[in-house]
Design a protein around this ligand. Structure first.
Ligand code: ARG
Length: 660
């Protein structure tokens, strides 16, 4: 049941006689911030004044006169300039909560119009080990996939693996020239990753070496621009100008340009020094001056069907995919499909033909492009060397997903930095006639280090995802140990359980820390924060869950009995009432996640739930309650909380432990 939706429906009915556009106002009915005045509040009377031409209080009265909620609420009251307050009837709330608490489906009705969703997430470029940058897409996508499914939609997860891009040319080049046979035999994926890094490093070297003087020149120019802007501002101030937003803006912009130029030079110098400071590397670099170009040629040969390169590709790919599997397993993640870029290769000429027929192609510097009005950047679908691109593949992907898989909506859970690509992709798809499918770039920000700079290891490398998880588990283990050792009645977990719990806590901590931020914002990665036992963390909720189980164990209560007895809830205490109302709103939280594809709506909901549970647990004795029907009601509330927490976390891809 979605209580908010129900009340909004009733409000809508009351608004119809007053305004031609009730839908603009119904959303102003919200859960009350301050429950002193009621459970819900509608603030629509004030903004309606202009169109209705009456004072807000009068409008509020007209709304209340027409509002039929007497089956659910006490008579509505009007406060201040025209706030309408609604308080649920105790009888209604108790009955609805009792029904939900005894419903193992947690009162979630499947959506009335299920849609077919494809969720494209994780989608790493293979043959490079997964790094921290892949975390966000993987966990956000996984959570959205599960929530949409739980709501009753038809959902397919698709791992759009990058298995056909330029990195394969680099690996093939590396394999042909630099491979270590023994290492490859022992750990093929690690060796391929090493080769990839090596080829990347050497081609970077040859690109940066001649570019450095230009970068230094640009840095000097940026410094000069800044000095000029600063002196302009200074003389303006000297001549008595108090505020000059334009000049201040100019200085700010010059500062950030200089910072970027400095970073570029610094990074180039570091990369060059790394090669020049290592005689073996330097020797390799000298012997492979055209490495970037040659690696590109290997990719081109692969795409053209060259037998040797295709055989290598076929040899490498299964190992790479298997390495990914290992990681996904830790996340409890299984994709419905993993149609990588290579899968679409045969469709690409057809895509180009369709674009041609639709009159969308323009030749620009030898490349075939789609120009979208208003967007300066071209959408390149075929490069001047004849190669198809990431863009062409994504068009083929839409074709397949819409025409064969009959998708109503496709979600791309991808870094915000690819916004331009998706803007152009969606616009091009629309021009090709894909107008009815919802195409969404579910974008997210960057993970930063605690220093607020891109998250790197101490040596400056990207942080591997596998090692990150391992470290979280090691740290979680310390927390689990301390928690168990500190129990007043003595430790109760054996070694094996402690380790199993540490895995649940460590991984849950990483996942939750990622999901609880608004997805577009960058966030700083911090083990301390994410594993804190108090606050908005998975650990806090996992402990809350285990605590409920502890109550049952301590009281010798059989949960199955509680679930089957059909006990009635008694919500006489404010803390009981607050908790029940919150639990009743679980389905609403899930629906809200799906509105704008935001898992943090669910983390917020769970955090609030855990807080309300704590308040309830402090205020209301459970096992010690002597009145049997109240004790049963409270046990049912505990179990209901546990089920909501467990399922809510599970939908986010986070597990719980029965005992911690
Ligand atoms: N492989 C791409 C990358 O690592 C992400 C792919 C996202 N999905 C898509 N259909 N473009 O940047």
């Amino acid at each position: 049941m979605n209580l908010l939706q129900l009340l909004r429906q009733r409000l809508n009915d009351a608004l119809v006689p007053l305004t031609p556009e009730p839908e603009t106002y119904v959303d102003m009915l919200r859960p009350a911030g301050d429950t002193k005045f009621g459970d819900f509040q509608a603030n629509c009377a004030m903004p309606m004044q202009k169109s209705v031409g009456k004072p807000a209080r009068e409008i509020a009265q007209l709304i209340v006169d027409g509002l039929k909620v007497d089956d659910i609420c006490e008579p509505p009251s009007i406060a201040g300039p025209g706030f309408i307050n609604l308080k649920l009837k105790e009888s209604w709330l108790t009955e609805a909560a009792t029904r939900s608490a005894n419903d193992m489906a947690l009162g979630i009705d499947p959506v009335s119009k299920p849609r077919k969703f494809i969720v494209d997430f994780s989608s790493p470029n293979v043959a490079k080990p997964m790094h921290v940058g892949h975390l966000r897409s993987t966990v956000i996508g996984h959570a959205l996939y599960r929530v949409l499914k739980r709501l009753g939609h038809h959902v397919l997860s698709d791992n759009h693996i990058g298995d056909w891009g330029t990195q394969f040319g680099m690996i093939i080049y590396g394999y042909k020239n630099f491979r270590d046979e023994a290492r490859f035999a022992e750990k093929p994926v690690a060796e391929l990753a090493r080769l990839y890094r090596l080829v990347n490093q050497l081609s970077d070297y040859h690109t940066l070496k001649p570019a450095l003087p230009g970068l230094i020149e640009a840095q000097k120019c940026a410094a000069a621009s800044l000095a000029q802007a600063q002196s302009q501002l200074a003389s303006a101030v000297a001549s008595g100008v108090k505020k000059s937003p334009e000049l201040q803006q100019l200085v700010k912009k010059a500062e950030s340009d200089l910072k970027a130029a400095n970073e570029e030079v610094e990074s180039a110098r570091k990369k060059l020094a790394a090669v020049e400071g290592d005689s073996d590397l330097f020797d390799l670099a000298s012997r492979h001056p055209k490495i970037a170009e040659d690696a590109r040629l290997e990719t081109a040969k692969l795409h053209a069907g060259d037998a040797e390169n295709l055989a290598l590709w076929n040899q490498f790919l299964p190992d790479c995919l298997q390495a990914l599997e290992g990681l996904y397993e830790r996340f409890g993640l299984k994709f419905d499909m993993a149609l990588g870029e290579s899968w679409y290769n045969p469709m690409l000429p057809g895509v180009l033909e369709r674009l041609e027929q639709a009159g969308l192609l323009t030749k620009s510097q030898g490349a075939q492009c789609v120009f979208i009005g208003g967007n300066e950047a071209p959408f390149i679908v075929r490069k001047s060397d004849g190669a198809f691109t990431y863009a062409t593949t994504d068009l083929a992907t839409i074709q397949h997903r819409v025409e064969s898989l009959k998708a109503d909506a496709i979600l791309y859970v991808v870094d915000s930095r690819q916004s331009e690509h998706f803007d152009l992709l969606f616009a091009t798809a629309k021009k090709l006639g894909y107008r009815d499918v919802e195409l969404q770039h579910v974008k997210f920000g960057t993970i930063l280090g605690e220093d607020k700079r891109p998250f790197k290891t101490r040596s400056g490398d990207t942080v591997g995802l596998e090692s990150l998880i391992d470290e979280a588990i090691v740290r979680a283990r310390e927390i689990v140990n301390a928690g168990d050792d500190g129990k007043p009645t003595g430790a109760e977990l054996d070694e094996e359980t402690r380790q199993a719990v540490a895995e649940i806590v460590g991984l849950g901590g990483i996942i939750y820390a990622d999901l609880h931020h608004s997805r577009e914002s960058d966030y700083s990665f911090s083990f301390e924060k994410m594993l804190a036992t108090k606050g908005d963390t998975a650990t806090y909720m996992q402990y809350a869950y285990a605590r409920v189980n502890g109550i049952f164990r301590k009281g010798g209560v059989n949960v199955a009995d509680i679930r089957s007895a059909g006990h009635a809830l008694n919500l006489a205490q404010p803390a009981e009432r607050m908790l029940a109302l919150q639990l009743l709103r679980f389905g609403e939280a899930l629906q809200d996640v799906a509105v704008d594809y935001r898992p943090n709506v669910l983390t917020q909901y769970l955090f609030e739930t855990a807080n309300r549970f704590s308040a309830f647990f402090e205020a209301c004795p459970v096992l010690k309650e002597s009145d049997e029907s109240i004790r049963h009601s409270r046990l049912l509330l505990c179990d209901w909380t546990a089920r909501v927490m467990k399922e809510g976390l599970d939908l986010l891809g986070i597990r719980v432990a029965e005992k911690m």
